[in-house]
Design a binder for this molecule. Sequence first.
Ligand code: LMR
Length: 395
Amino acid sequence: MLDALELLPDDPILGLAALCRTDDNPKKVDLTVGIYMDENGVCPVFDAIRQAQTTLVAKEVSKAYLSPAGVAGFNPGMQKLVLGENSAALADGRVSSIQAPGGCGALRIGAEIIQAASPGAKVWVSDPTWPVHIPLLGSVGLQFSTYRYYDAQTHGVNFDAMVEDLKAAGPNDIVLLHGCCHNPCGADLSQEQWSIIGDMAEAQGFMPFIDIAYQGLGDGLDEDAAGLRQLAERLPEMIIAASCSKNMGLYRERTGCTMFLCRDKKNADALLSQAKVAARRVYSMPPAHGALLASAVLADDDLTANWQAELRGMCDRINGLRSDLVEKLQTATGRDFEFIRAEKGMFSFLGLSGEQVQTLRDDYSVYMLGSSRINVAGVNARNIDYLADSIAKVL
Ligand code: LMR
């Protein structure tokens, strides 16, 4: 039976990162997977997380099972972080949340709930979107349509096309939106555009499903959640998948959260019960360590301030790198790369062909995804000139 299964190709993101690790060229540049890297090319542990971990390790007395809902203080902390201290939806008690194994687990729990509510429902995803969205949500049986989003000519959002396509989204449909720092293109909706999507959701009855994995790495924690918060205040129903991978550096600890915004508390409680049963049937309960650290940071004013300051520094560094990259690339190539400055978060599409990307990999040990998506945080003072020169050569 098992011998009928064929060898599959490596994952286009994680497989490429693994390939880059095996490259012994000292000049290699790793712009593959979306992890924050500092000036030394290291993905750091936040100081506040390290402090929380020291305390946790000293005091932890048990590794007994968690509930399927996860660590007690984690869900309320995440709700405030994402929806804001003054959220009316939170004050009305119409939000419930379940801890999930990372942003992926959070998306999967959201998909399980949608499938339970409306089997085979259609999810509208942006073109392009994170390549894992479709297999992750589709594996429960959901169907897909795409809406036009990124315009490779203008290097920005083609909002007219997005609106035109979403006019076909009906009351039983779900529209998957990137809360901020669009992965893979870095082009985000303006607040006015979020408001128009809110008008359409109200008029047409579709439900937004928001994937927010990069809060705090675009413009700031509140700024990056502003679009999502607009929708939360006016729409009766919405699902949010949040991740602590990037903004708390908890990548391998698989720490995320699914939030259900419902018409009332009774329905929010019902959805939490459904989500717990979904968790039980898929993985029983999420891992504890990351959520214990995140909740300790979110519950302590000093640790929160420390974490936010470090996150602010990362956000500022990424935005500084965007400006540096624009200048270096324009000088090296004589072409216009101004669009990189306007984008948000870790990613940018450089607009290179598949062949150019392959040559960069083979001849220069510069690794980016086949779509020419780069992780801006992989750029640093030591590799930026080499990167710009290599790109100039393939252009
Ligand atoms: C990425 O897009 O590089 C990240 O979200 C990591 C991943 O799991 O793909």
